[in-house]
Write a protein that binds this ligand. Structure first.
Ligand SMILES: [Zn+2]
Length: 179
């Protein structure tokens, strides 16, 4: 997906990316994490339908109880989840200071047709729940999967692979590798 992992220490993150590529190609750690195990987001500006999408998108990560990571809504957070125009994509901007994540707002681009239900999107509609799960992956510290089995095309199935085709729903569940 054409989102970006940005940081105040970009070179450190890029270095970490290449380090971790050799270790893992399933979930690639960005090199920074939240100071506690909780990531909180602010959904106050979203419609109730989109609030449901975002709330549902976090669940697969929360269900990995062994990780200890929890994603929760807290509208006093500065990690706003919003709808807005993002050229050529959707966006998760995860900012790190050293090894600590300090902020992770997420924007769903209004330049796309979004399907916000729990069924299957129709032609030209993108699955908002699957994208929410992917973007929360960035928000808790994962890069895109750096695997040759994870092509940057619309057929990418694994949750943190870049790319997602219209009508697909693969990324609603956590899948570590292209299958
Ligand atoms: Zn992405």
């Amino acid at each position: 997906m054409k989102d970006k992992m940005m940081t105040s220490l970009m070179i450190g993150i890029v270095g970490a990316l290449f380090l971790f590529v050799s270790v893992s190609n399933a979930y690639d750690y960005a090199g920074c994490k939240w100071p506690s195990n909780n990531m909180v987001y602010d959904a106050h500006s979203l419609s109730s339908g989109w609030q449901d999408v975002v709330s549902g998108g976090r669940v697969p990560w929360n269900n990995v109880t062994s990780s200890g990571i929890g994603i929760y809504r807290d509208d006093s957070s500065s990690n706003d989840v919003t709808l807005g125009y993002v050229q050529n994509g959707w966006l998760a901007v995860t900012s790190c200071s050293g090894s600590t994540i300090v902020r992770a707002p997420i924007t769903f681009s209004t330049g796309y047709n979004w399907y916000t239900g729990t069924g299957t999107p129709t032609t030209n509609y993108y699955d908002a729940r699957g994208v929410a799960t992917h973007e929360f992956g960035h928000a808790i510290g994962f890069h895109h999967t750096q695997s040759t089995n994870c092509p940057s095309n619309i057929w990418s199935r694994a949750t943190m692979c870049e790319g997602y085709g219209a009508t697909h729903t693969y990324k609603r569940t956590l899948v570590s590798r292209q299958g």
